[in-house]
Each structure stands twice: as C-alpha cells, then as structure tokens.
Design a protein around this ligand. Sequence first.
Ligand SMILES: Cc1cc2nc3c(=O)[nH]c(=O)nc-3n(C[C@H](O)[C@H](O)[C@H](O)COP(=O)(O)O)c2cc1C
Length: 324
Amino acid sequence: MAADHPNPRLILAPLKGFTDAIFRNTLAEHFDGFDGAMAPFVTTVAADRLTDQHVQDLLPQHNTRMPIEPQILGNCADDFIFLARRLRDMGYTQVNWNLGCPFRPVTKKRRGSGLLPFPEPVDEFLDRVLRALPGRLSIKMRLGHRKADEIFKLLPVFNRYPLKEITIHPRTARQMYGGAPDLDAFQACLEASRHPVVYNGDITDLAGFKDLEARFRSVRTWMIGRGALSNPFLPALIKNGCNGGAGRLQKFKDFYEDLFARYQERLCGPGHLLDRMKGFWTYFAEMFESGPSLAKRIHRTFALPRYLDAVERFFKEEPVRPEN
Ligand SMILES: Cc1cc2nc3c(=O)[nH]c(=O)nc-3n(C[C@H](O)[C@H](O)[C@H](O)COP(=O)(O)O)c2cc1C
C-alpha cells in the first residue's frame, strides 16, 4: 500500500554546537535530501541586551544554501516577541519555540523541557505571544520533563492556538538521549493533536525510517539529527535511494575537508578548531567500520598536527561501512 505522504519532507534537526550555518551550508553543498533545517536555539534576552551577535548565525547572507527556521529558547513572552520581531525583520516568517532542551541550567529556570509540567504558564505564554507574533509559530518538544504523560495536558492547550506544527521527540527530558523513543506515546500524540506533527528521534537508517513511515502514515515531515551527522547520505537515501555508490568515501572526504577549512577560517586558534572537529568525529566515525575505536583515537589527539595525521590515516586505511 502506498504511504499517505509519498514525498517525505526531511528537516535537519537543531544540534547546538554542530549544525550552525557553516555546517548547514557545507552539508547542503555536498549532500541532497534535506528540505530545510531548524537552527539551534537562540536564547531570549531583555530587549536592551539583544545584540547582532545573538542572531549572527541566522543572518540570511549566512544561510543561502538551506532554508532555515530559527528556534527560540525562553519563557518570557515579551522577550520572545521582541526577538521574533527582530527575526521577522531579517525575513523569517516563522519561528520555533524550544520546549525540549533537557539540560539542568535551562530547565531549572523553567525553560525548554522545564516548562512541560506546567500547562498554565504555557497557555499564558501562547496567549500573549500569538496575539503579538509577527509570523507563525511552531513548537519542538519532548513527551515530558520527568513523566511521559505531561504532553497530554499540553496538547489540548496547543489545540486552541493556531500553530504551524509540533515536532515531537518522544522521550522525556530525564531520558536525555538514552533508551528507546516511546512510539506508542507518539502514536497517542498524533491522535490528540489537531496540528501537523513532525516525528523526531533516532532515525539512523533507511529500514528504521521505513518502519516509522509505515506506522505513522499521517506524518509528512521527519526531523533527523544525529543520524545525518553519522551518515550524511541518509537523507538522499530516504528521498531517492541514492547512497553515494562507489564514490561514497571520496564524497564524504570532500565534504569533511570543506567543513574543516571553513571552521579553520572562522574559529580562533587551533584549540577551538580541534574541539569542534573532535565533536563532529563522535558522529563521523560511524561512517567507518571500526567507528567507536576511531572516535577514541581522534579524541585522544591534543594537537592539530596529530589530529590531522589521524584523520588522514582513516581516510587512507579504514574500510567504510556499507550504506544503510
Ligand atoms: C549536541 C546536541 C545539541 C542539541 N541542540 C538542540 C537545540 O539547539 N534545539 C533543539 O530543539 N534540540 C536540540 N537537540 C535535540 C535534537 O534536535 C533532537 O531532538 C535529538 O537529537 C533527537 O533527534 P535525533 O535522534 O535525530 O538526533 C540537540 C541534541 C544534541 C545531541
């Protein structure tokens, strides 16, 4: 039977510290498949403290390769509106509200997933923001902060507002990124939401995507984060069956080299560059058959020449995983 949505829409997930404008542009230059990206969050600040630096990564001239939706983290409606207006002036007609960030410094201030157990302040926030917002609003969230049923008190609130869509990562904040996504809970969310729902979580290969697509037939949009860093061919594989073929390694190497060169130009000092690239290799190492041990070897390098040697050796010697 044909899927209800034969052309899935694929969105690159926001991964702060990874999927900035340099990464998004370089990815889009070298790989097909994504229809757009959600940018990592920008935090609200009091209006008089908002500087160009806050929105640097979102400047349209830095985002020519991939359409993006900015994301805002915060719980103060006035500051949110102020930032959304600034983004509107930059050309963004929709913004996303982050209700998923699980990290304690964020959640203890009742931001990100810290707001999920509190439907009333969420309702008040939406009431104020949606009266004043100069564009459309979407939400990205988890099932709950501590408990997976918190979302079921929020979806009826969301149903009363004109939202563009809701992206659900079916884990609690407590789970962070461990354990399996709760697909039964996601199914129940689809039934409880009148807004379009985007699925996000652990899409790492074609077979896994197909299973999700077959199960959640009303979902048209899928968000992929870590799976696309570990295998940048995945979006094209899902879209058109293209896995890079025999030139897979070379294609990945070309991408990696452009990425490295651009960060080298942008970041001050070898320490920052090394840290950034080590972060990427946590995921990139998965391209190779001996992924985890490669990642360890990279993480053990503390000077740029050592790092460059290690990477060069991988590209020469290590067998690449077959496409999946
Ligand atoms: C390092 C890292 C940074 C993240 N930054 C953000 C962020 O800025 N905004 C957000 O909504 N989610 C953020 N997330 C969550 C991801 O967008 C996504 O929901 C999560 O990784 C699950 O999807 P995946 O399994 O496809 O990676 C981050 C996750 C990681 C691992």
